[in-house]
Design a protein around this ligand. Structure first.
Ligand SMILES: C[S@@+](CC[C@H](N)C(=O)[O-])C[C@H]1O[C@@H](n2cnc3c(N)ncnc32)[C@H](O)[C@@H]1O
Length: 212
């Protein structure tokens, strides 16, 4: 799905963004149950402060809030005003307060040690390796000590029908860090250590990193 790129990543604009994004995402298997599975893979605790990078229409934040019955402070950052505009609408409709920011994940407008959890879902694959590295460095800065960073991204597929559908996508170089599993090495450079990983669907993996 795309978009216009501004050097920082694929910016999901008017056609591929907002309500259209949610429709396309659902068709591709990123519907309500996908976001529920992401939320259930995360180390959630009532009252925590969560940052979602490349939040899109903030389905991840809404799923987290549903799981914690609203006892969470959700912050989402994305390049696209269209995505953020629809996220605002969705949050209001579902009565989930959302703090949304327009920006790029490798330059975060937050103080050091601000969040109990940072998550990113299928957004790293929409950027390039420099942005991803910068984002990981920034995550390590804004995450509190002993807290978690969850990278949910396209990965080397295990068997599944939807894998076949997505095969052309895997040919893009943007997925290389994930395909070749470079994230553990890059994260370790910034003091983030891999603790656990599970497949959310046949070609999407969730890796949990703890800040030392
Ligand atoms: C495939 S969508 C995923 C959205 C959402 N996380 C989800 O799981 O539905 C990728 C999102 O990343 C955003 N994005 C791409 N590059 C970015 C960057 N450098 N910083 C912040 N957001 C970015 C796009 O605008 C888009 O909304």
């Amino acid at each position: 799905m795309s978009h216009k790129t501004n050097g920082k990543g694929n910016n999901f604009g008017w056609f591929f963004g907002g309500s259209h994004y949610d429709v396309f995402a659902t068709i591709l298997g990123f519907g309500h149950s996908y976001y529920g599975r992401v939320a259930s893979a995360l180390p959630l605790e009532s009252g925590m402060s969560v940052l979602d990078l490349g939040c899109g229409t903030e389905s991840v934040g809404i799923a987290i809030s549903e799981r914690l019955e609203g006892h969470v402070d959700i912050h989402g950052l994305d390049l696209s005003s269209v995505q953020l505009g629809y996220a605002t609408e969705k949050g209001e409709r579902k009565s989930v307060p959302l703090n949304l920011y327009k920006g790029t994940m490798d330059m975060l407008p937050f103080h050091d040690d601000s969040f109990d959890l940072v998550v990113t879902s299928v957004a790293f694959c929409e950027t390039n390796s420099d942005v991803r590295k910068g984002a990981i460095e920034e995550v390590s800065r804004v995450l509190k000590g002993d807290s978690y960073f969850a990278i949910v991204d396209c990965a080397k597929p295990i068997l599944g029908l939807d894998t076949v559908m997505m095969l052309p996508f895997f040919m893009f170089k943007e997925t290389a860090d994930s395909w070749n599993n470079h994230y553990p090495d890059i994260c370790r450079e910034y003091g983030l250590v891999l603790e656990n990983e599970i497949y959310i669907k046949s070609y999407v993996k969730c890796q949990l990193y703890r800040k030392l």
